[in-house]
Design a protein around this ligand. Structure first.
Ligand code: P6P
Length: 334
């Protein structure tokens, strides 16, 4: 395949896209540079004592891994000086991250999970950076709450970097989903998976079944249907890596469904564990652009109006037929 860089793909193959502008291209290239720096650190973590926890607990109440902190700092450092953003939201930061006054500000907002799956870092399991890009809604000056609490349908771009056997970028600007693989010999992400489409139905389901006792009856009915050898999918297999980006990436390519249901017995996770703004909404934009579907068990993820920065949502995401069937079972319980 001829070498096509992200910039070329955006400006040549998506020239009709409103996002094919110099400013957005610059935003994406700054994001790519941050990801290359993170990828380099992730790939050598075991050799430079970068593994393990910092001993801190983040706003989510989770142990902060050294690489979490590193990735968060790299992204904030690179993106605040790009002159394109008016604010950032990170899973690792309790509040909106303003752009320091010494840097020019722009009209975009970047929301990100700097290193999702970080609990797996020490055992060399694939992890990733998830990102989502919005345009500010307020006219100017300091960004306000309605600039950052926007529905997923307002995203102008979304995607993820996957630090696995290879480092990949998968993203959409609303005109299909495209995958790029980092060629370390030239230091460029090159087009490797143009126009990704998720299979309309898949046999693989992905859920942490250890939480069975924590689920309501309808959620259990969904998983029971998935396990039924005579089910509509023609049998199934369970794959659960425990790293959202990796589980989602497999679902995008092989089809099937990833689910992280609500946990009605755990007051800390009544809506499940995954975050709306920096995990569910960006992956929902990607999956819908690839022909799939994403709900919280009731509503389309992209239609959900965030109430707080770190809102959590249950997530059912994957092949349209799988999510529709799951939804039909869940609806029987309402
Ligand atoms: P559990 C990783 O910590 C993460 O946020 C996601 O990457 C992953 O899908 C999920 O948590 C795994 O959660 O409760 O199954 O360990």
């Amino acid at each position: 395949m001829r070498q096509v860089t992200v910039t070329e793909h955006l400006l040549v193959h998506q020239k009709e896209s409103p996002m094919a502008t110099g400013r957005f291209t610059r935003l994406l290239n700054e994001l790519i540079l941050a990801a290359k720096i993170i990828s380099r650190e992730v790939n050598k973590a075991g050799l430079v004592n970068a593994l393990g926890a910092t001993g801190d607990v983040n706003v989510q109440g989770e142990q902060v891994q050294r690489l979490d902190e590193f990735a968060n700092k790299v992204l904030i450092h690179r993106m605040e000086r790009a002159g394109i953003l008016c604010a950032m939201v990170s899973e690792e930061n309790a509040d909106v991250i303003p752009i320091p006054s010494q840097f020019a500000i722009g009209d975009y907002i970047l929301v990100f999970d700097p290193l999702d799956g970080s609990s797996n870092i020490d055992v060399n399991v694939s992890i990733g950076t998830i990102f989502s890009i919005y345009r500010r809604r307020s006219g100017g000056g300091d960004p306000c709450v309605e600039d950052v609490l926007q529905r997923g349908t307002e995203q102008v771009a979304a995607g993820y970097f996957l630090y696995g056997s290879s480092t990949m970028l998968v993203y959409t600007t609303g005109r299909g989903v495209h995958g790029f693989t980092l060629d370390p010999s030239v230091g460029e992400f090159l087009l490797s998976h143009p126009d990704i489409e998720i299979p309309r139905m898949g046999k693989v389901y992905s859920v942490n079944e250890a939480y069975w006792p924590h689920w309501d009856e309808q959620t259990r009915a969904v998983v029971t249907a998935l396990k039924d050898p005579d089910n509509a999918f023609g049998g199934a297999s369970l794959r659960y890596i425990g790293s959202l980006v990796a589980d989602f990436h497999r679902t995008l390519f092989y089809g099937g469904m990833f689910l992280y249901p609500k946990d009605y017995r755990n007051p800390k996770k009544p809506k499940g564990k995954l975050r709306l703004l920096c995990e569910a909404a960006p992956l929902a934009m990607v999956v819908e652009q690839a022909g799939g579907m994403a709900t919280d068990g009731v509503r389309r993820i992209l239609d959900i109006e965030p109430e707080e920065l770190h809102d959590r949502v249950p997530l059912f995401i994957g092949s349209k037929r799988n999510v529709v069937l799951a939804q039909q079972i869940l609806d029987q319980g309402t």
